[in-house]
Design a protein around this ligand. Structure first.
Ligand code: SAM
Length: 310
């Protein structure tokens, strides 16, 4: 799996619109997206939901990245698919991936000011986007999602859960306490008030970490987050995954729910796609990248199935 190089990862991190990926980070994201267990758990769940929702419908993909979901929605019979993203460089790959699909339209746009008329879509998806958004854009995103959906329209919303912010996911063969020691040693080498590039460099060989979240304390010292009580709303955080190290903003499960509801969405269903059954199957199929038992029962992300009331 492609890893971002130390020198061209995230070009400018916590900015006002959202996380910006540099060229190597985009390549790494395109190659590995949410890592092998994202591919094993998330993708089948979303694919199944898309299949049931999009046939014959006008579909919007918010923060479409390299366009994988746009392709799938088209494959599942969507009448039209519109994907937008803040980063033209991501969209170049999305355009290449969808160039053979006439019903797919890709353009640049901001999740806080979606470039579409009211009531334009029957179905929308917003997957792993809001963790990239500044607080101003985060709050607007939910209202915008509501605005562009028709009454009765449905959406799938997903972002990292509280658990994903606080737990260390390791490869199964790695002893978690040894990985914790390794992290503690690395943290000692990171300068105060670090840049994303410095953090990336420091963790570039920490291959036993599948998911971990970091933040800086009041003195600028980087620490591994262990409780959401250590974080403030929209605080700058850095997430390390198997594929990338990237800057994000912290939003709790509670904050997601409050914003969905205050935008007027009805939460039809909330699903944990990291079920025990799926994890066990994943571990059987991926003997080299197995998830520790600790993660059998905890959600890395919730999938929200939401709708705009008629
Ligand atoms: C982790 S990627 C997820 C991409 C895609 N949804 C997927 O699941 O594969 C997050 C995406 O959000 C995009 N993004 C960040 N800020 C944005 C904004 N303000 N408006 C639209 N897209 C944004 C990024 O450029 C990136 O492509």
């Amino acid at each position: 799996m492609a890893m971002a190089s130390n020198h061209d990862c995230i070009s400018d991190g916590h900015n006002t619109n959202g996380t910006r990926y540099g060229a190597a980070a985009i390549r790494a994201f395109a190659g590995g997206r949410h890592g092998s267990f994202g591919a094993a758990f998330l993708d089948p769940v979303i694919a199944e939901s898309l299949k049931t929702l999009v046939s014959g419908k006008r579909v919007l993909d918010v923060g479409c990245g390299v366009g994988d979901w746009c392709c799938l929605a088209a494959q599942y019979g969507a009448k039209s698919v519109d994907g937008f993203d803040i980063q033209p460089e991501m969209l170049e790959l999305a355009k290449q991936a969808t160039s053979h699909l006439d019903m797919v339209h890709i353009k640049v746009g901001d999740a806080g000011d979606m470039p579409y008329d009211d009531d334009s879509f029957d179905v929308a998806i917003s997957l792993f986007v809001t963790c990239n958004l500044s607080p101003e854009v985060y709050a607007k995103h939910f209202k915008e999602l509501q605005r562009v959906l028709v009454p009765g329209g449905k959406a799938i919303y997903l972002s990292p859960s509280d658990w994903c912010h606080t737990e260390l996911y390791t490869r199964i063969e790695a002893d978690p306490s040894t990985v914790e020691d390794e992290i503690a040693e690395i943290l000692e080498t990171v300068p105060r008030y670090p840049t994303t590039e410095q953090i990336t460099e420091a963790f570039s060989h920490a291959n036993n970490i599948l998911v971990a979240c970091f933040a800086a304390d009041q003195n600028g010292k980087l620490f591994r987050v262990r409780s959401i009580n250590q974080l403030a709303y929209s605080q700058h955080i850095w997430r390390k995954t198997e594929v990338l190290l990237y800057p994000n903003f912290f939003y709790s499960d509670q904050s997601d729910i409050e914003n969905l509801q205050s935008a007027g969405f009805h939460i039809d269903q909330k699903e944990n796609f990291f079920t025990e059954e799926r994890r066990s199957l994943f571990n059987r199929k991926n003997p080299n990248i197995m998830l520790s038992k600790k993660y059998i029962t905890n959600p890395a992300s919730w999938v929200y199935y939401i709708s705009k009331p008629c």
